[in-house]
Design a protein around this ligand. Structure first.
Ligand SMILES: O=C(O)CCC(=O)C(=O)O
Ligand SMILES: [Fe+2]
Length: 260
């Protein structure tokens, strides 16, 4: 059993499981130890200066995110296995990693417009239109590990109850411009909860939960690890996704957000 999973009370885990199935999101508050968090931050720092890692900047040139690093370090590899156990418990399904990123959100770093994850269309290298992440599966579970406290000032993640529907139904709620951003009238009907929580918390949410965040208006970085899983036995899906992404002309690569 994972070193941090075993410290969570059974009652808390059962409550998280119920919340997850009712609302599509739940938060396990500050469950990583200080030492574990310290190790993770330092591993991420090292990875972010490693030339073989994909780093993206925002419109102001600030560090936005890095991707595809989990299998380049044993600490992140182990954590991935621990998260898979957690998700197995929460969903009763075996899950594999689909994609990984760290969102850095430094001071003044951009926020994110309200969006679903993966609900957009893109054109592949043959010029064919493809249905976002639904090319690989139709259910995704995000795990966000807070590397810093999420406060009112630093643009915490805000999440609303998951929307039900297939790809076509969810797509109609989006701006249909190659991004997964929601139409303003859809966003206005959502009841967003700002997830104010300490560093080392684990936020679990479905890809079909509308979510957004404001810019970081504090003086400190608001970092998070953002891992996406899908129920499958096929671990090759991760490699395939990143290969297809590199080959595509997808606007979602530069998912942008609020500068305020
Ligand atoms: O970090 C955030 O505030 C949200 C990030 C997000 O939703 C994404 O990267 O898809
Ligand atoms: Fe997202």
């Amino acid at each position: 059993m994972a070193r941090w999973l075993e410290i969570i009370e059974k009652k808390r885990m059962t409550q998280a499981k119920e919340e997850y199935s009712r609302f599509g999101f739940t938060v396990l508050e500050s469950i990583l130890s200080k030492e574990h968090l310290f190790e993770l931050r330092s591993v991420i720092k090292d990875l972010s200066v490693n030339n073989s890692i994909d780093l993206y900047k925002d419109r102001s040139g600030l560090e936005r995110r890095m991707e595809q690093f989990t299998f380049k370090n044993t600490a992140t590899e182990e954590l991935n296995n621990e998260i898979r156990e957690l998700l197995h418990f929460l969903t009763d399904k075996s899950q594999v990693l689909f994609k990984d990123k760290v969102n850095f959100k430094p001071p003044k770093g951009e926020g994110f417009f309200a969006h679903y994850d993966g609900v957009f269309q893109f054109t592949n290298s043959n010029g064919d239109i493809r249905n976002g992440w639904y090319e690989y599966g139709n259910e995704y579970n995000n795990i966000l590990i807070t590397l810093d406290d999420f406060t009112r000032d630093n643009g915490p993640l805000e999440v609303a109850k998951n929307h039900r529907g297939d790809f076509e139904e969810l797509l109609k709620n989006t701006t249909c411009d190659g991004s997964p951003n929601l139409k303003t009238d859809v966003e206005d009907k959502c009841d967003f909860t700002p997830l104010i929580c300490g560093a080392g918390s684990v936020i679990v949410f479905k890809h079909s939960c509308p979510h957004r965040s404001a810019a970081n208006n504090s003086q400190q970085e608001r970092g998070s690890l953002y891992w996406t899983y899908t129920p499958s036995e096929n671990e090759g899906i991760y490699r395939q996704y990143f290969k297809d992404k590199a080959d595509s002309q997808n606007k979602n690569k530069s998912l942008t957000g609020n500068l305020k």
